[in-house]
Design a protein around this ligand. Structure first.
Ligand code: AMP
Length: 214
């Protein structure tokens, strides 16, 4: 088993880069945010537990996150290669991930830190729009759809994630600084941290990451 992590503030482009890498490699994209949103949509117990935290831009408790990640990994095979996006987000999650991987003789191989200036992040998140039908991601000024509010690909309605409102974005950034940024040091000390300039465009950041992928 192989494991890499995309680390970075909300809006750093982790999901976009992950999709770019997934399409070019055998890595399986594991996004805890996507898994939680799917659980909410399906009305599952984990979704109900997570909903209020997510809407407030707070972190969901570590034990719930480890439950969904553990379940996902237990469905996999020994040869799988995982790319974690939005996970881990606390040092406790990072420690528990190490423990989980160690059971299969695996470890975190590389951690890519996506570096983006804060003003770029706020504008990216508050302008982000997502298609209700197919999940395609747009931005009101950077990647506008041809017809406002309508998906180019499937004609679905575009919406703003409830936690992308400006107030919640600022809270999410505060939570990142307080609870997640310490992971930079955690993985740097292990010698697995690689910094990627993700402040310009996703194609350049994906190419830089691909060139550093071991
Ligand atoms: P994301 O899509 O990664 O921005 O995640 C959206 C929201 O889901 C976050 O603001 C948290 O409320 C929750 N979430 C996702 N992943 C985690 C995680 N690893 N730990 C705690 N909360 C998470």
């Amino acid at each position: 088993m192989k494991a890499i992590i995309l680390l970075g503030a909300p809006g750093a482009g982790k999901g976009t880069l992950a999709e770019g890498i997934r399409s070019k490699t055998d890595y399986i994209h594991v996004s805890t945010g996507d898994m939680l949103r799917a659980a909410i949509k399906a009305g599952r117990e984990t979704g109900l537990e997570a909903k209020a935290y997510m809407e407030a831009g707070e972190l969901v408790p570590d034990d719930l996150i480890m439950r969904i990640v553990g379940e996902r990994l237990s469905q996999g095979r020994e040869t799988d290669q995982y790319m974690f996006d939005g996970f881990p987000r606390t040092t406790e999650q990072a420690r528990l991930l190490d423990e989980t991987l160690a059971k299969s003789g695996a470890k975190v191989d590389q951690v890519f830190l996506l570096e983006v200036p804060t003003d770029v992040i706020v504008s990216r998140l508050s302008g982000r729009r997502i298609c209700k039908g197919c999940g395609a991601v747009y931005h009101v000024t950077n990647i506008p759809s041809k017809v406002e509010g309508v998906c180019d690909q499937c004609g679905g309605e575009l919406y703003q994630r409830p936690d992308d409102s400006e107030e919640t974005v600022l809270n999410r950034l505060g939570v990142y600084e307080k609870q997640t940024a310490s992971l930079i040091d955690f993985y740097d000390k292990k010698g697995v941290l690689i910094r990627i300039d993700a402040g310009t465009n996703p194609q350049a950041a994906t190419a830089e990451l691909m060139s550093k992928l071991a």
